[in-house]
Design a protein around this ligand. Sequence first.
Ligand SMILES: NC(=O)C1=CN([C@@H]2O[C@H](COP(=O)(O)OP(=O)(O)OC[C@H]3O[C@@H](n4cnc5c(N)ncnc54)[C@H](OP(=O)(O)O)[C@@H]3O)[C@@H](O)[C@H]2O)C=CC1
Ligand SMILES: O=C(O)CCC(=O)C(=O)O
Length: 426
Amino acid sequence: MNEYASLYENDPVYQMAVKQLRESASLLGLSDEIVEILRHPEKLVQVKITIRRDNGKLETYLGWRSQHNSALGPYKGGVRYGEDVTPGEVVALSMWMTWKTSLAGIPYGGGKGGVRVNPKALSQRELEELSRKFFAGIAKDVGPEVDIPAPDVYTNPQTMAWYFDEYSKIVGYQAWGVVTAKPVELGGLYARVVSTGYGTALTAREAAKRWIGGLEGKTVAVHGFGNVGMYAAKYLTEWGARVVAVSDSSGYIYDPNGLDIEEAIRVKETTGKVTNYKKGDVKVSGNHMELLELPVDILVPAATQDVITKENVNRIKAKVIAEGANGPTTPEAERVLYEKGVIIVPDILANSGGVTMSWIEWSHNRMGCWLTDEEALSRLDKMMSLNFNRVYDEWRKRFPEHPMRTAAYAIAVDRVVKAMKLRGWI
Ligand SMILES: NC(=O)C1=CN([C@@H]2O[C@H](COP(=O)(O)OP(=O)(O)OC[C@H]3O[C@@H](n4cnc5c(N)ncnc54)[C@H](OP(=O)(O)O)[C@@H]3O)[C@@H](O)[C@H]2O)C=CC1
Ligand SMILES: O=C(O)CCC(=O)C(=O)O
C-alpha cells in the first residue's frame, strides 16, 4: 500500500480530507483499522495523454481517475482540468464524493478525475483531442454501471459530449449513462447546468433563515463565477438577497448597492472576465482573494479548495458560509469560524445539487426520458431541503460543540460503513 499511496498521501488537500475523516471517525467511534481502509481509494488509474498541438509538436499530459469507494453504487464524480492538478487532490475529491453521494441518499459511490493541463492554453481542437484520449485511457475502468464521470472545474457539457462519443465508439453502442451533465441534445437536462449553484443558493437560504433572520436584503459575496458561482448568485438574487461582489481568476467586482447579476453573467460570457463589468458604482480589483474578506452577511466560496485558511480566517466577516466549492475551508479555519458563531454549510451538503441532478439525468436516460426541467428542479429542491433539515437537526441535537460538517460526516460515513459491513467487506 505504501508505495502506491506515495502518489497521493503527502498532498495537502488529501491530508485535509483525511483529517476531516479522522475527526468524524473518532466521534462515531470507528476503529483506526476502518479509517485506514477508508482513507485509501479502491483504485487510482493514471493515464498518459499525448496530443499533437496545432503547431505540429507532440505534447504529453498526465491524467488520473480515483475510485474511492463503491459500497453504495457505481463511482460518481467530475473531472477537472488545471495546471496544478495532482493525484492527491483527485483522491481527496473522490473521497469527498463518497461522503456527498452517501449524504444525498443517491445510489452512488465516490470518484473523481483530473488532468494536469492548462486548458486555457489549448485550442478547441486540442482540447477535444486531449479529452477523447483521456477518456479512451480510462475507458476500461468506467461505464454506466461502473463509474460515471461529469464536469468539474474547466470542463463542461461539451467535454461530456466528447467523452460520451469516444466511449460509445469504443463499446459499440450509445452509452447514454456513461457521463452526466451532457448537452440537452445528447440526453442531458438543462436543469443540470443550474443545479449545483441552485442547490448552493438553497442551502444558503435555509442557513440564513435559521442563523440571520432570512435572506431578504442580506448581502452576499461569491468567490468564483463559473458554473457554480454564476447560478448561486442568480438564484440568491432572485430569492431576495443583494449580491454585492463576485470574482473570477482576473479579480473581483464590488458594489455595496448590489450588482446586476444578469449583466455580470453577460460580461463574463462575452468577454471571459467579470472584471470588465462597468455598471453603477463598481469597484474593481485584481486580487480575487480580497473578496473573501468583504463586509457581507453571506459568503459563497465557489472557485477552488483551500481559500479560507488560518492566514485569512480572522478577517472573514460573513456570518453564513455556503461551500459551493469542494474543500474551500481548512479544518483549522473552520474551528475558528465555529468559535466566532459562523455557520458553514459544508461542501458535501451545499454543493450536492450537481451530483443529485446527475443522478436524475442518469435515471432519466435509463428510463427513456420522463421528466421536464421544472419537475427535475422541484425534485432537487425537495431532496435538498429535506437533507439540509436533517443535517441541521442532527447537528443541533448531537454535535452542537462542533461545526455543522461533523453532523454531515456522521450521517454520510455511517451509511458507507454500514453498506461495507452488509456486503461483507469489513
Ligand atoms: N460544476 C459542478 O457541478 C460542481 C462543482 N463543484 C465545485 O465547485 C467549484 C467550482 O466549479 P465550477 O463552477 O464547475 O468550475 P468552473 O470552471 O465553471 O468555474 C470556476 C471559477 O473559479 C475561478 N477559478 C478557478 N480556479 C481558480 C483559482 N485557483 N483561484 C481563483 N479562482 C479560480 C474561475 O475563474 P476564470 O473563469 O477566470 O477561469 C471560474 O470563475 C469547484 O470547487 C468544483 O469542484 C462542486 C460540485 C459540483
Ligand atoms: O455530477 C457529478 O457527478 C459531479 C459532481 C462533482 O464532481 C462534485 O459534486 O464535486
